[in-house]
Design a protein around this ligand. Structure first.
Ligand code: GDP
Length: 424
């Protein structure tokens, strides 16, 4: 059985916690897109961890963790993360890296940084992890696949071609010293030696695992609204964040993904620029950010303060739809316990008309939120294990959202810890 765990919103929905929880009976967890540009925060018996590139299954000794071909593979970062968790007492994880994954190079980070500086106030708010230059190169066919590390002739030819193109921009646009092919070759040789023990024909491995009936989890990063096609383009990420891409980014047939578990946050938060219709500001936002604690304040990778907003039915219903959600998980519900009344955004007013369907970017920029106010429950719901034991106003909030999402909410998360989950 293959299940994808993905986000309905702008990221930071709490996918890491849900994946870590579901990984306890998964044989395999795979990252299929993105790189070390976002993070999952996980709190479990070993402590608190911010994972960026490692799949959230690394804490389970029986789980094989895979970096799929769709990922932007930053080899030094991968090893930094492995060393970090092992130094904190986590058993050495079983890791496989796809022989078709491409390598994120230091010059990708350099280009990302130079371009953000060049754009200055008009920048994308990139994390400067090299993700956009990496995926641009992949599709321009000047990337380097892991399997190519083992053929020096191919590698040398590729590196020379890359240097000609890159140096043109580095020297003339960014006023930087040019790349030196021999230095890139040295870096690639180091990467080859680091990654060699983990390289695997992942698609074949998964083909066999599926035949054997293994339990497989695809772990998404960010959320629907950051997808390059279906998100708030151009303020999006550079790889697909939708479950459909799980098939391509891991190397499995699309029809094998039978369960799509979409994580939905009980209020809105976003890192980076772009339209955010239900956004709130000032003291109201500061309070929600403070109450959110780890879930509210800062992005796990960027450390940037998150933008805050009320739950957005329009964006979240769309977010669930484009994922192909079979079940939703509502997270961080506990954080809302302080509010007398909880506004939710139920429609967008665009040019005097109210719509329920999430529009493309040009119209989205004009949208104003239509709010409905729900009564709060005014208590701490952490520690509650049964759905029936939640206060009535809290159940009403969940059930209202479920109706709006048009998909079943099967789990409600009421705290950051693995065991703080209510099944319905
Ligand atoms: P991800 O990228 O979707 O995995 O999300 P992040 O890890 O960036 O952000 C989720 C944050 O919320 C983390 O700090 C989690 O520990 C925390 N978290 C997850 N679920 C809950 C929950 O139900 N309640 C609270 N209070 N925090 C949660």
């Amino acid at each position: 059985m293959v299940r994808a765990v993905v986000g309905a919103n702008w990221g930071d929905e709490g996918k890491g916690k849900i994946t870590d929880m579901l990984a306890s009976d998964a044989d395999i967890v795979i990252r299929f897109q993105g790189g070390s540009n976002a993070g999952h925060t996980i709190i479990n018996d070993y402590g608190k961890f911010a994972l960026h590139l490692l799949p959230s299954g690394v804490f389970n000794p029986n789980t094989t963790c895979i970096i799929g071909n769709g990922v932007a593979l930053n080899i030094p970062k991968l090893f930094e993360e492995i060393n970090d968790i092992v130094s904190k007492g986590v058993p050495n994880p079983n890791i496989l890296v796809s022989d078709r994954a491409q390598i994120l190079m230091p010059y990708h980070v350099l280009f990302d940084t130079c371009e953000e500086a060049r754009l200055a106030g008009k920048s994308f708010g990139s994390t400067k992890s090299g993700i956009a230059p990496f995926y641009s190169d992949k599709y321009a066919k000047i990337g380097i696949q892991v399997n190519e590390l083992f053929d020096d002739e191919v590698l040398k030819e590729r590196v020379e071609k890359i240097c000609v193109l890159k140096n043109c921009m580095l020297v003339n646009l960014y006023n930087q010293p040019p790349l030196v092919p021999e230095e890139l070759m040295d870096t690639l040789h180091q990467y080859r030696d680091m990654v060699a023990p983990y390289v695997c024909d992942v698609s074949l491995y998964l083909h066999n695992a599926i035949k054997e009936g293994k339990n497989i989890l695809l772990e998404g990063q960010l959320g629907s609204l950051k997808d390059p096609d279906f998100g708030i383009y151009p303020m999006v990420t550079s790889s697909h964040t939708l479950a459909a891409y799980g098939a391509l980014g891991a190397g499995i047939p699309p029809y094998e993904i039978t369960n799509i578990t979409t994580v939905v946050k009980a209020y809105s938060s976003a890192v980076g620029g772009g339209a955010f219709v239900s956004e709130i500001f000032g003291e109201e936002a500061d309070e929600l950010r403070r109450r959110g604690g780890d879930a509210g304040e800062f992005g796990a990778t960027t450390g940037r303060p998150r933008r805050m907003g009320w739950f957005d039915c329009v964006a979240s219903r769309y977010g669930c739809r484009v994922q192909g959600t079979t079940e939703a998980v509502l997270t961080v519900l506990d954080v809302l316990g302080y509010l007398d009344e909880i506004p939710v955004c139920v429609g967008y007013e665009i040019d005097g008309e109210v719509v329920r369907d999430f529009p493309a970017t040009a119209l989205l920029e004009k949208a104003k939120p239509v709010l409905k106010v729900m009564p709060g429950w005014k208590c701490d719901i952490r520690g509650i294990k049964k759905y029936e034991d939640l206060p009535e106003a809290c159940r009403n909030y969940v059930e209202f959202i479920e109706k709006e999402l048009e998909v079943p909410i099967r789990m409600v998360s009421n705290g950051p810890r693995r065991d703080e989950i209510i099944y319905r």
